[in-house]
Design a protein around this ligand. Structure first.
Ligand SMILES: NC(=O)c1ccc[n+]([C@@H]2O[C@H](COP(=O)([O-])OP(=O)(O)OC[C@H]3O[C@@H](n4cnc5c(N)ncnc54)[C@H](O)[C@@H]3O)[C@@H](O)[C@H]2O)c1
Length: 310
């Protein structure tokens, strides 16, 4: 039996940290690819040199080419430019479009059976581009955003209530932008509705902080964007697929009529297992939630149109 292979394109903050999580969890061998000479090789070697100390058994290699990625089981695409203060995710569209197109072509030629996990922003649009460009079945192209946004929401609730993050269940829908749709109705703490612990105004404030959660980190860091939580989220998806866990997680996927939406990639709850997206879970939404979903979908659609793919 062969070890699983996880290739990570882009050895920057998100990519290198994802490599760290993947290797320490022994999910498989890790290949880091970047255009910068020496960076993927240096980070891979450094990470592998940590393995005798930490006691993990995973081969980690770095490259400026794609031959090492051949026959990957999972390819996580993080290559691209991150936000700086004052920039929206949409400001990255033109430059990241060109990067994603060339990366997807190289990846697909060598790993036609892989599951692709898109991370580069603007996330929903880049997931759509990856899906269209790769011509892979929709089950095998997945964008990472919902797990991160949900984690931020849970972190803010835990901080507010002074309770463990482990006991919070929550769900979020929609695009990875300021119009994302947190669903307080589906938020519980050990099965107890969040409304038992907090008044509506407080919940609204936590929801608003979640919507702007990415920007909050960008404004603090000033020279880049978040990477610990984003990379952890991408690796949670990787683990769910490689271990066929059949987890229910919010992911960005191609919709073909679900939630009344068509021909876009959008965040919805899915079952994630060995086959990638094994099913999409359609929730009954209130009129208010439907309105928020429509608003978020419109903004994703607008961004997709800017790709000028047809
Ligand atoms: N989906 C999310 O929730 C989420 C969260 C955080 C970051 N992001 C996005 O992830 C991307 C990466 O963020 P980061 O902080 O790691 O940025 P970073 O600048 O640290 O790393 C990006 C890396 O991509 C490399 N790169 C550029 N063009 C390439 C190409 N053609 N082939 C291979 N590598 C190439 C760069 O050399 C750089 O090392 C950004 O677009 C960022 O906005 C998304």
């Amino acid at each position: 039996m062969k070890r699983k292979k996880i290739s990570i394109i882009g050895a920057g903050f998100v990519g290198a940290t994802a490599a760290h999580w993947a290797a320490t969890k022994e999910l498989g061998d890790v290949v880091l690819v970047d255009i910068l000479e020496g960076i993927p090789q240096g980070k891979a070697l450094d990470l592998f040199e940590a393995s005798p100390i930490e006691g993990f058994d995973a081969k980690v290699t770095g490259s400026n080419g794609y031959e090492e990625t051949r026959d990957s089981d999972i390819v996580i695409i993080t290559s691209g430019v991150p936000r700086k203060p004052g920039m929206s995710r949409e400001d990255l569209l033109e430059i990241n479009k060109k990067i994603i197109e060339s990366v997807v072509d190289q990846v697909v030629a060598r790993s036609p059976q892989a599951v692709l996990i898109a991370v580069t922003n603007p996330l929903d649009t880049m997931t759509y581009l990856t899906f269209k460009r790769s011509k892979f079945p929709k089950q095998r192209v997945i964008g990472m955003a919902g797990i991160l946004d949900t984690a931020r929401y849970k972190a803010f609730i835990a901080m507010e209530l002074g309770i463990s993050v482990e006991d919070i269940q929550a769900l979020l829908l929609g695009g990875h932008g300021d119009e994302m749709v947190p669903l307080p109705r589906y938020t519980t703490i050990s099965g107890i509705p969040l409304s038992h612990f907090l008044p509506k105004e407080k919940i609204d404030r936590l929801v608003e902080r979640t919507r702007k959660g990415g920007g909050e980190i960008v404004n603090l860091l000033k020279t880049g964007s978040a990477f610990y939580a984003p990379s952890a989220a991408a690796i949670q998806m990787t683990e769910a697929i490689l271990k066929d866990k059949k987890r229910i997680l919010p992911c960005c996927v191609y919709l073909d009529g679900e939630y009344g939406l068509r021909d876009l990639c959008f965040g919805v709850p899915v079952k994630l297992g060995g086959g990638g997206i094994e099913s999409i879970i359609e929730l009954d939404l209130t009129e208010e939630e439907k309105k928020l979903v429509t608003r978020s979908a419109e903004s994703v659609k607008k961004s997709i149109l800017e790709l000028k793919l047809s």
